[in-house]
Design a protein around this ligand. Structure first.
Ligand code: TMO
Length: 314
């Protein structure tokens, strides 16, 4: 079967028909994945526009934000420009270890992803932002159908946050409900704020939302790499994930190992580029607050930051 498939794809390649899974090769366009949060979508388009300026052709491909790392190692995708340590560190580092991925840079943006609440919650839940204080107030986050447990609104499942394991490992009286999209998280936040009802959601920084609704991350036991690999580490000696996510996580950019050879002009651009925290913030904000479409938001970022990116394309 495998033989037949490779025969078939060879046939399609010589006849010039693309299966949509062609590898990251010399002839190919630069394949950039798109995911399910706004800064990534806008940044992907910014990166694409910059690469076009040096003559590359670009294709955007909507992809799962975990399996994309295997796809990059396999050469089905050329680059990932927003690798968040908290959500994707494990998948990324595994693909890097195959030797089929080249790390290009760590952006200046420092990242955090974790449980988060808007500040008014502190009025009724003393002791925040500690996770123990949050747990002591779990009833305030309960809903009609949650059986007395607090409800935590998590991100889409492909962000793979291990929140349910965290609840279990820390013995918290919470249940996790995964939102279908970033927009669905903001809708939960909007409705909690509108009703002055405590909400605790998955959030991340840099991100525009802290400007719209000031709030704080819940402080879980400080992250340690052993927390996710060694059950005996941490407050629960029998479980992984008894900790928060990294509080000062990286944001990286990486490419398929053949990118420098296949796309030398584009490679030069990537080697020089770098997004700051405010860059990521603005990319999200143009879409989620200002309501721009992704291409218009990317154009706005380019228009407003020419002195920054003009150095990257020279
Ligand atoms: C994966 N994210 C940056 C939305 O946390």
């Amino acid at each position: 079967m495998k033989k037949m498939i490779s025969f078939l794809s060879a046939f399609l390649i010589v006849t010039g028909i693309s299966l949509g899974t062609a590898s990251a090769d010399k002839s190919g366009v630069v394949k950039i994945p798109t995911h399910n949060w706004s800064s990534q979508l806008v940044g992907a388009e910014v990166v694409g526009e910059l690469l076009k300026m040096v003559g590359e052709e670009i294709e955007y491909i909507p992809m799962d934000s975990q399996t994309v790392y295997q796809s990059m190692a396999d050469g089905d995708i050329d680059l990932v420009h927003e690798i968040w340590e908290g959500a994707f560190g494990a998948s990324y580092e595994k693909s890097l270890a195959t030797g089929n991925v080249e790390e290009i840079l760590t952006h200046d943006a420092v990242t955090r992803e974790d449980w988060w609440y808007p500040n008014f919650v502190e009025e009724t839940c003393p002791g925040l932002p500690s996770w123990e204080a949050l747990n002591a107030c779990s009833d305030q986050f309960a809903r009609a159908d949650s059986g007395g447990k607090g409800v935590f609104i998590g991100g889409p499942v492909d962000w793979l946050k291990h929140d349910a394991e965290k609840v279990e490992a820390l013995g918290m009286n919470f249940e996790v409900r995964n939102a279908g999209s970033a927009g669905a998280i903001w809708a939960e936040l909007d409705s909690g704020v509108a009703q002055n009802k405590p909400v605790v959601i998955f959030n991340w920084s840099p991100n525009f939302i802290g400007a719209k609704y000031p709030g704080k991350f819940v402080e879980f036991p400080t992250h340690d790499p052993k927390c996710t690999t060694d059950a005996s580490w941490g407050v629960n000696p029998n479980a992984l994930y008894d900790c928060g996510n990294p509080a000062s996580g990286y944001l990286k950019l990486a490419v398929n190992k053949d990118f420098s050879k296949n796309h030398p002009a584009g490679y030069k651009v990537l080697k020089q580029m770098n997004f700051s925290g405010p860059d990521i913030d603005k990319m999200a904000n143009y879409v989620d607050t200002d309501g721009l479409e992704v291409p218009a938001a990317a154009q706005k970022w380019l228009d407003e930051h020419e002195s920054k990116w003009s150095n990257w394309v020279n």
